[in-house]
Design a protein around this ligand. Sequence first.
Ligand code: ADP
Length: 497
Amino acid sequence: TSSAAEELISPSVQVSHTQLLIDGNFVDSASGKTFPTLDPRTGEVIAHVAEGDAEDINRAVKAARKAFDEGPWPKMSAYERSRVMLRFADLVEKHSEELASLETWDNGKPYQQSKNVEIPMFARLFRYYAGWADKIHGLTVPADGNYHVQTLHEPIGVAGQIIPWNFPLLMFAWKVGPALACGNSIVLKTAEQTPLTAFYAGKLFLEAGLPPGVLNIVSGFGPTAGASLASHMDVDKLAFTGSTDTGKVILGLAANSNLKPVTLELGGKSPFIVFEDADIDKAVEQAHFALFFNQGQCCCAGSRTYVHEKVYDEFVEKSKARALKRVVGDPFKKGIEQGPQIDSKQFEKVMNYIRSGVESNATLECGGDQIGDKGYFIQPTVFSNVKDNMLIAQDEIFGPVQSILKFRDVDEVIKRANDTRYGLAAGVFTKSLDTANRVSRGLKAGTVWVNCFDVFDAAIPFGGYKMSGNGREKGIYSLNNYLQIKAVVTALNKPAW
Ligand code: ADP
């Protein structure tokens, strides 16, 4: 823990909502069971939260179905729907300190990141999708023969959404924003590690005038609540963000129940490629950010840093120096860049990968240990001389462990960057337009950031190639996930033209 960061900036916040949100009411789980949600700084209990299970998912789906079939939500004017979403965004800003505090408390991410980056993005996403609500419409289609043909873009119905713990609020927004804009109702299953902020946001939605049953929120575990939602016969669409292994399970559950369409946003092992002509200091800083942001707990983390051989040694030296300067500590303190990992399971997983890196003879430049003996803090860790076949270069570590690899030319690095089961994102650092274009087109990844990384505007689509998932979230593309397209073909007796 650094002395650079002393002052506690957290306003004291109380946990006000720990029950399931079903049909506009906060209620206990049907079984009456609860589970603890823990503070990653200490492993201590923050609160006991309702443990939803199959019965609660049933109740939530029933409420969502009723809200969809009987309205008013899908039948309200799109303008009215957009106004509810805009009011919600205003309330989010009004309560940004409570939301940011809960997010940091439950997840461990720096408070300044929660407050100054994620809450504004959260509100922005809802305003973005509020803007779409009254701009969703079909086409008039010229077809052969005497027919008037139009397409109706209808909401798909009850959307099931399962989200992870690394960005509890942002993942909520990516899922809920487009679904509401299109007029759907929702059952959202939060991650068992981070249930708190979604409930708070749910309360704000009710305050904003969202009708009961349109947004239902169930906390609980994956194999129980999550699996019930994925396999529910009355859920019309499923959206999931999480690990690739769980994504496979979810797809199977959807296929074996009612064949509901599924969008998946899964793991990654994103390359970050630095050419010899790049601004090295900027590339070092961005590569550091690409990997260490959010304690390394990003699906798109730049976790394979490929550096051209001519600048390799300089880059490694500077990356090590930057990692040694990283300020780790209590995420509620000012100036903190890195908080604890989310829980003991993730902590152990990351430590095992660090051991694997050492055993496979990568060079441990810095870090590698736990910080303190409480909570789940890990030293910013940098490995150099990493080879493609090492486990740390192949598996998603999901922690503060940077792996730096060496390359010689463009074609070689494109081939190596693509030699992975994942394809979520990539970074390219070069001053050459030609190199940037060649690499951007050559990479099999859903996002390529050129001379930047982790730019997450609401309008930019995000999603994966290969085993990083399917479908796109954010932007105009996400609307397609929540719409049903109906073709209406009307015979014309006497066409005017
Ligand atoms: P992690 O291993 O990092 O917790 P997961 O992909 O398992 O990542 O979790 C992401 C989300 O998926 C969480 O909300 C979790 O509860 C849920 N989940 C986990 N297993 C299942 C499952 N078998 N069926 C449905 N949802 C699941």
